[in-house]
Ligand binder design. Structure first.
Ligand SMILES: [Zn+2]
Length: 172
């Protein structure tokens, strides 16, 4: 918890403070979502067995999981918002994201889905022919530090399955 609580706002520029507030908001939302899921699942599991304990459980586990999720997510986001170049806190953010088309490759595969046991196709195998287009994109994300202006571009590729369709055919 020291990581979150000990950083004071002294010395942070208005931009850094705004970024810090933004990350705190994200962490709060993540914490609430985790707490709802964890205590909700726990509630379903113990409500029959421990009629009184469940209230205590609901508060304890809810608060505990909120706190853990808040601290962990804030720590991760704060680490990525810290500039490698000048070490300024809450100063790096993504300013641009672009996708560039790289290639399209037709793909197909066949799956044996079963066997017909009656009718005109009796005894034949049911083959599902699946085809799609595998499209690759280059993703470029630009990160800029508001304190020293350091700019970094992170490139990765994204593959997506497009125009998927399937045909069923019978075959001996
Ligand atoms: Zn910097």
């Amino acid at each position: 918890m020291g990581l979150v609580m000990s950083e004071d706002d002294l010395g942070l520029t208005a931009e850094q403070q705004a970024r810090k507030k933004q990350l705190e908001l994200y962490s709060t939302l993540i914490g609430v979502a985790v707490a709802v899921v964890v205590s909700g699942v726990g509630w379903l599991l113990i409500r029959e067995a421990y009629p009184y304990l469940r209230y205590f459980y609901f508060m304890g586990v809810g608060l505990g999981s909120f706190f853990l999720a808040y601290v962990a997510s804030h720590w991760l986001m704060a680490a990525s918002a810290r500039c490698d170049q000048c070490s300024a806190l809450y100063s790096v953010s993504m300013t641009d994201k672009q996708e560039r088309y790289l290639s399209s490759t037709p793909r197909h595969r066949e799956v044996e889905a079963g066997r017909s046991i009656s009718g005109p196709n009796e005894g034949k195998r049911l083959i599902r022919k699946i085809s799609w287009t595998e499209t690759r994109y280059e993703v470029s994300k630009t990160y800029v530090c508001t304190s020293c202006g350091d700019t970094r571009v992170q490139r990765s590729t994204r593959t997506s399955k497009e125009n998927e369709h399937s045909d069923d055919v019978y075959r001996r």
